[in-house]
Design a protein around this ligand. Structure first.
Ligand code: URA
Length: 208
């Protein structure tokens, strides 16, 4: 796996507000969307282009268009939904393929309950979105599921990662590239990231 922290000043600035405990739900949601767009920009830096010619105001102009695989964006429910619009703002044609996993509060293990994938997902570049890469177990389960469906080109975007989660994904799926806004210090005793953001789902949906 290659793990990239995208430490652009705009991301670092917005991450500061995401970390503040007094940031409101609606502001947190806006910031998550904005940070995700910036991360998406970086995560797709290597997209293939092909040249073509258009009729411009002063005659023919050579331009470029995307020519590689089409994209499937894969939010891990529920918190991944908070990043979805940020990807779609940049790649509006992406198909949305959800994977339902929740964290068992006692064991911190992911529990699978649902997925819905495009019929052609195996031909798409799949980008999994989940705000918090904590233990890494949910991310590994989502990657397992996509690989079982035939996907070969998979990457992941998170807002904040823990070293434990990074290692877990790296050990299980060394071919998957992960992009994050920050690599934090560690997990606490109940597997939340420190300093982290808190419970990203609760902060996005106002369910605390
Ligand atoms: N899930 C969260 O929402 N936050 C964490 O810190 C870890 C997992």
């Amino acid at each position: 796996m290659s793990f990239t922290v995208v430490d652009h000043p705009l991301i670092r600035h917005k991450l500061g507000f995401l970390r503040r405990s007094d940031t409101s739900t609606s502001k947190f949601r806006d910031l998550a969307r904005e940070v995700t767009s910036l991360l998406t920009y970086e995560a797709f830096r290597d997209m293939e282009l092909e040249p073509y010619t258009v009729k411009g105001w002063a005659g023919p102009v050579k331009v470029e268009k995307l020519s590689g695989k089409k994209v499937a964006v894969v939010p891990i429910l529920r918190a991944g939904i908070g990043m979805l619009q940020g990807v779609l703002d940049i790649i509006p044609s992406a198909r949305v393929n959800v994977v339902g996993l929740y964290r068992d509060e006692e064991t911190a293990e992911p529990v699978y309950y649902y997925h819905k994938l495009s019929s052609d997902v195996e031909n798409r570049l799949a980008v999994i979105i989940d705000p918090m890469l904590a233990t890494g177990n949910s991310m590994v389960a989502a990657i397992d599921l996509l690989k079982k469906a035939g996907c070969r080109d998979i990457r992941a975007i998170c807002m904040v990662a823990a070293p434990e989660g990074m290692k877990c994904v790296e050990d299980a799926h060394p071919d998957v590239r992960v992009f994050a806004a920050a690599l934090d210090d560690k997990l606490n005793e109940v597997k939340y990231i420190l300093p982290g953001l808190g419970d990203a789902g609760d902060r996005l949906f106002g369910t605390k």
